[in-house]
Design a protein around this ligand. Structure first.
Ligand SMILES: [Fe+2]
Length: 402
């Protein structure tokens, strides 16, 4: 609950008392309440939360003006890291506000922010994985960015949310640090390689990631929700899975075919990609045998992005911010997609590791701080801005449609 919502709830309670009606609802503790992205956030949202014990008959109420509609919540549980987690998921239609109700107990009312074809803003966070047992760094930058951009309708994390995908304490920490924001801003996650790491640091299915975030199931069966797409305003977003080294190479061709189908069937003006692993290969200090070039992700997908009319590609994984400008046929070209390597929003730093690539146009000042990115989109312009944690501008790029 944020302060504004608390004041609103308190005001409603006082007004109810003053009109003589009894306040017969008890406060419902809703842990890690969050809005997860749906195929089209202008019409629907996915509401999720955790519970210590099963609830009796939980529903989500959506208020539009004076009308209230009720949507059932489905209970599921999953076990990882030796712990059972009980959670609830409700698919709701859009309205002005929503709250969770279970019998005579209720949560606060939370806003449902609307996206608009005219203009919308999202926040993009790079890898938030943290070492050393604390997610303070993630909490600091996420808190700063989300508070400074309360007009944003959605935020993305471009993969490697946590350091170890099977460590329940890391997921709890990650969620706790954004819990005051997630009831009112939509979240779109991207699968990273660290989501596939077990407690023993072997590879395992990303159970926690897939269960915590019930993203749209519009990818391909057998790869359920590892990749998906969604619409916001005038933009179509595609979230891809680059974890074939970890989870098997079958996903490459399946995903390529799906991507062509998906992008060819959208009529949205802007086409945006999020994929965790980067498209370039960097030389590495101390490893002279490693050559500059393109990663397998780049070789496989950059020609697809070009031919499918993608406008912007956001990548992560290397923990450094780089703006490469627009690239086509593996060279700078103002008709190709814009490629942004998003940086770092956790504390795992690779300072001095990478040697600048010939395609890098803007590199964050070294040694790097954490950073976050905003993207504002309307029918004519798309503006990407990169900021340090305190909001100091690092970079800005604008694309124009005629
Ligand atoms: Fe990674």
């Amino acid at each position: 609950m944020n302060r504004r919502t608390f004041i609103k709830f308190a005001a409603v309670s006082v007004a109810t008392l003053m009109t003589g009606c009894s306040v017969d609802k008890k406060s419902l503790d809703v842990k890690f309440l969050r809005q997860i992205v749906t195929k089209d956030i202008s019409t629907s949202r996915c509401i999720m939360w955790q519970a210590e014990e099963p609830l009796k008959n939980p529903v989500v109420e959506v208020k539009t003006g004076d009308a209230i509609k009720t949507f059932p919540a489905q209970e599921t549980s999953f076990t990882y890291d030796g712990k059972k987690t009980i959670q609830y998921t409700a698919q709701i239609e859009i309205g002005d506000e929503y709250r969770v109700v279970d019998g005579d107990a209720t949560s606060y009312w939370y806003d449902i922010k609307k996206s608009s074809d005219d203009k919308f803003k999202i926040i993009i966070f790079p890898d938030s994985q943290c070492g050393g047992g604390s997610y303070d760094t993630w909490g600091g930058i996420a808190g700063s960015a989300l508070a400074k951009n309360s007009d944003a309708v959605l935020f993305v994390n471009v993969g490697d949310l946590v350091d170890n995908g099977e460590d329940s304490s890391q997921w709890e920490d990650w969620l706790a640090y954004v819990e005051q924001f997630t009831p009112e801003i939509v979240f779109a996650p991207v699968l990273g390689n660290h989501e596939t790491y077990s407690r023993e640091w072997t590879v395992c299915p990303p159970v926690a990631y897939l269960n915590y975030f019930a993203t749209p199931d519009n990818g391909v069966e057998n790869f359920s929700r590892r990749f998906y797409s969604f619409d916001v305003g005038a933009a179509h977003f595609v979230v891809l899975d680059s974890q074939w080294d970890e989870l098997g190479t079958e996903v490459i061709d399946v995903q390529k075919n799906w991507l062509r189908q998906d992008l060819n069937s959208t009529d949205k003006l802007w086409k945006i990609i999020f994929i965790h692993k980067d498209v370039l290969q960097y030389r590495i200090n101390g490893r002279p045998e490693r050559k500059e070039g393109f990663s397998d992700v780049g070789e496989i997908f950059m020609p697809e992005f070009e031919s499918l009319g993608v406008d912007v590609v956001f990548t992560a994984h290397l923990h450094t911010y780089r703006n490469r400008g627009r690239i086509k046929n593996f060279h700078h070209d103002d008709t190709g997609p814009l490629y942004i390597l998003t940086g770092i929003s956790g504390n795992v730093r690779y300072g001095g590791l990478w040697i600048d690539h010939a395609l890098d146009k803007v590199v964050a000042p070294q040694p790097e701080t954490d950073n976050y990115i905003t993207m504002e989109v309307d029918a004519k312009t798309l503006t990407v801005k990169c900021f340090s944690p305190n909001g100091r501008p690092i970079d800005e790029i604008t694309l124009q449609k005629t």
